[in-house]
Design a protein around this ligand. Structure first.
Ligand SMILES: [Zn+2]
Length: 305
């Protein structure tokens, strides 16, 4: 055999094998979610037919994040983009301009009757004003029932539209995961019912949907503007309010500084515990949506029993 023929034969075989394997195992759908909990929902429903990435770097706040230039490349070939909406993660929307083709977009808050931020985090005693994201409270993913009834169906429908041949697989996963959320809800309801306290103070206004679902009340945010230290006057009003309501535990969060929470806790001779609205793939015990919520449940239980 002449060397030229040998090379072209090899090339032919290589192309044959590559295209053959492409038919046998189709490329997974590329998806990007702005925060880890939403990425995990995509993974739960999409299984191995989806490759999902998270834009928010682990350890960063969802309110003060700025995407890096390297993340633009991640978004360029994405087919599905999942965001919270309500103004919270518009930092991710900036990257959409880099997408080669417009992706299918799922907005978690869409279709949900949102709580109003201004009503909750207002502390008239301290002259407090509305939260950073004025208007609508975006933290819907921290209520498992809103996730089950609104976000899971939207992600399932988006995946089906992107790969109709996998509809049965996605729908079966969606159903299985919805059942898992129903048990999670039952577990949370049962344990929270037995708590003696119902009022709490947390670092930022993330827990109103969870509170509304399970009969708890976040009476104030330590940082009404996430990432910005509150005024001395505001802290003084918080201390007065906490004493009046018998609050001794301040829930801080790993993504925000606990400095003010520590000051508050020592004033109240109380404690600081860490709730986590985000979790992450590399955080044992918080590396899936159900695990993250069970982690938060155990912290709430410890802080409010
Ligand atoms: Zn938040």
């Amino acid at each position: 055999m002449k060397p030229g023929i040998k090379v072209s034969l090899l090339l032919f075989i290589a192309v044959f094998i590559l295209s053959g394997s492409a038919f046998a195992a189709p490329q997974p759908i590329k998806a990007v979610a702005t925060i880890f909990p939403l990425a995990d929902l995509v993974r739960q429903i999409g299984g191995n037919r989806v490759k999902v990435m998270t834009l928010l770097t682990s350890g960063m706040s969802e309110h003060t994040f700025e995407p890096t230039p390297a993340q633009i490349r991640q978004v360029a070939e994405v087919a599905l983009y999942v965001r919270v909406g309500a103004g919270m993660d518009s930092w991710g929307d900036k990257l959409l301009a880099a997408a080669k083709r417009p992706p299918v977009i799922v907005t978690a808050t869409q279709g949900i009757t949102l709580l109003s931020v201004a009503e909750q985090d207002l502390m008239p005693e301290a002259g407090g004003r509305a939260h950073q994201h004025e208007g609508d409270d975006p933290h819907v993913w921290l209520d498992p029932i809103l996730v089950r009834d609104y976000i899971v169906p939207k992600i399932t429908a988006a995946l089906v539209s992107l790969s109709p041949g996998d509809a049965g697989f996605f729908k079966a996963n969606g159903l299985r995961f919805a059942n898992e959320l129903t048990s999670l809800d039952r577990e949370m309801r049962g344990r929270i019912k037995s708590l003696s306290r119902h009022d709490f103070i947390a670092l930022h206004g993330a827990w109103h949907y969870l509170g509304k679902r399970y009969g708890l009340r976040q009476i104030a945010a330590v940082e009404p503007f996430p990432g910005k230290e509150p005024s001395a006057k505001y802290i003084a009003a918080l201390v007065t309010m906490a004493r009046k309501r018998g609050v001794v535990t301040i829930f801080a969060e790993p993504q925000l500084s606990a400095k003010t929470a520590n000051v508050l806790a020592s004033e109240l001779k109380g404690q600081v515990l860490l709730l986590d609205p985000l979790g992450g793939e590399t955080m044992p015990g918080r590396n899936s949506y159900p695990a993250l919520m069970r982690y938060n449940l155990s912290v709430i239980f410890r802080g409010m029993k």
